[in-house]
Design a binder for this molecule. Sequence first.
Ligand code: CAO
Length: 436
Amino acid sequence: MATKEIFIPELGTDSVDVTEILVAPGDVVEVEQGLVSVEGDKASMDIPAPFSGTIVSIAVKSGDKISSGMKLGEIESADEALSSAPASSDKAAIQNVPKPVSTAPEVPQSSAVAVAKKTTAPTTPALVNQNRNVYASPSIRKTANRLGVDLTQVPGTGRKGRILAEDVEKWVKHTLSNIGKPSAGVGLGIELPAMPSVDFSKYGEIDSVELTKIQKFSGPVLHRNWVRIPHVTQFEESDISELEAFRKSQNSPKEVKIRGFKLTPLVFIMKAVAKTLELHPRMNTSLSADAQSLIYKKYVHIGIAVDTPNGLVVPVIRDVNKRTISDLSAELFETSKKARDGQLTIENMKGGCFTISSLGGIGGTNFTPIINAPEVGILGVSKAQMRPTWDGDKFMPRLILPLALSYDHRVIDGADAARFITTLKSELEDIRKIIL
Ligand code: CAO
């Protein structure tokens, strides 16, 4: 047994900063195990142990500037051959350590660093390839590789955003403690602060009411769709004065008595949307699960958002393009009653191509609906209002219906959306086109 001094090897640069001490006195180390991490302007490396043994001392500390040939520390070695060798040979033994690894983002590099990259790449090939722009020492990369940690996800707290051992540890702890918890950022690389937990009763009387099953289910789905789909909403207004005159003519007390329900504007809007989907088939598509192809549907099933005491549900009315206004009206009436009575099945809510959300019976001038994935468009309908409209000669009172089309911008371009909503507007303005 003999204590041997160890020295900083040839670094290929004047000086580097010590960023981390990886071992402590008493630690048993293997040959090539990292002792300290150092960092130059555009590169970093671990200085490895030249032989195995027990650390007696480390002569540098984090933040020190060091250069080739300086004393790094002492190791007690059990290897007799090494023990008897002259001290100067230890210096020689550590001349051949790998040169620094570039961890900085893409910048022009010196030839020394370029060679070093090649030398060390085989150690952690996957990480070197995946995390080209990550600032971390080889030992941190090795640890991350062993633990399956993607370093691009780990915020670095070291100098220039360098990732330290404690950052990896913190990230692993955070990930483990969040398994199974819903998170806005899952799979998106978005880290959001947690919602504040507030004791509202400190400020006045309160009641706490548990969300309904529907609300517990639909909340996260709406949230996912809002966050994952790049939404754009296109607005338009349609003059539905003719449509309204026709609708009213069909709603005489006698007709309503025979039919059992009134015709509302919504059923005409459904019919106009179905026709518009046929004319603009790209709005009647879904992206495949891998987002590499577009699935065109040859059927026109439309989902209708229904407000129920337990929350929002979206039953689907099938083959809207092939059916009559009165047939669709009967189904809409029955389906919304079933929805409010909680009698819809999962099957009733599947297979939709496009959704209509109508708040026209309630009020409001406009709103931006959230797309019902995997559909690529949704129409928001607000309350029609009488407005003075210029007919080229004089102002006329006309019934104007506000429309809002939200679309998935990965599939639908702005021009497609504008064409779609312009067609819809003209379908609604000429009742003959809808009922044909
Ligand atoms: N403009 C003016 N009046 C309208 C209108 C519009 N766009 N849409 C409906 N109305 C009128 C109807 O004509 C009816 O009046 P009359 O009785 O005088 O004829 C009244 O408003 C009530 O209509 P309704 O809402 O009962 O019927 P509907 O066919 O229009 O809608 C349904 C059915 C199920 C869609 C609706 O009841 C509903 O639940 N809407 C809420 C949808 C919702 O919550 N969307 C938001 C989703 S995002 O949170």
